[in-house]
Ligand binder design. Sequence first.
Ligand SMILES: CSC[C@H]1O[C@H](OP(=O)(O)O)[C@H](O)[C@@H]1O
Length: 366
Amino acid sequence: MKIGEQAFRSIWTEGDEVAIIDQTKLPHELKIVHLTTLEDAARAIADMWVRGAPLIGATAAYGMALALRADPADASLATAYDTLHATRPTAINLRWALDAVRERVGRLDPGARAAAAWTLAGEIADEDVATNRRIGENGLAIIEAIARTKTPGEAVNVLTHCNAGWLATVDWGTATAPVYLAHDKGIPVHVFVDETRPRNQGAGLTAFELGHHGVDHTLVVDNAGGHLMQHGLVDLCIVGSDRTTALGDVCNKIGTYLKALAARDNGVPFYAALPASTVDWRVRDGVAEIPIEQRGGDEVSHVVGMSDRGTVERVRIAPETTPVANYAFDVTPARLVTGLITERGVCAASEAGLAGLFPELARKRA
Ligand SMILES: CSC[C@H]1O[C@H](OP(=O)(O)O)[C@H](O)[C@@H]1O
């Protein structure tokens, strides 16, 4: 998507280096970072310079290629896999991408591995762009159906949580792709953007994206969603996913579950938008089985932002002695999910729904 007049992906190559946008600096600074080693890629994921399940997967695939360029031996391949896999536990695209690279290169002569991994990483990135465009087209139909119930010029109001935009993927985003396509088609659309404590991906990333694309949006505190829905101000919730189970439970940024509860209580359709690479076919009970990342307490006890003096500063908002728990994700049970918007269509959040769209994948894991 565009930042100003310049088109960007969230990750790309420059020669034999991997270029990313350091998302911890947005929206105040557009900082491009070049990854040249396995350690660079691992740190970029762990420290959330890049984040979002599909982008984590693409970055990890390039990280494997960088590792194999330095040392293509079996031990190096294994170390690279383990190092990258240990960066963050929840988004399944990480394991999906690492498995894809290991499967592609494992049986090759070591001398051919780095190039094959680099090529596959590029394919994963390109396929993610195409996949998200298809997710957008499938989700667009939902927005269009709501638009037909509106008076001419009246906007469809979408609420989203965290950032499941082009910055969470290689391009287009998942939850935002239908919004971008609706906007580009001239359908009036407005987005309520959950700020999404504690990392504020909504305030700093989704608002940044939507603003640069010209999509009407309003930033709200995370806890406003229920009020907005009670007052009929939300027509549709679309969120992303970090891992969706074979039965349709949706693991996503902390707070998503509460939004789904409010949506159900107020009769608001609640969709998750995700590619097949975000489905964990091995998991059936998301609440019981999906590992929920716990990050450092300083992400909750401190906030980072631009001071009135124009400098980016980090300030403490809780007493130094206060213990902090920082759960990064929660799981929305399938029963609260209206549907899953995928690259192959929209389905029920159920085993039958997912198997109907992806029979070959459901069978493989059965
Ligand atoms: C398209 S996946 C986006 C997904 O990832 C975010 O988590 P994080 O920023 O911690 O990587 C959030 O759960 C988004 O919905």
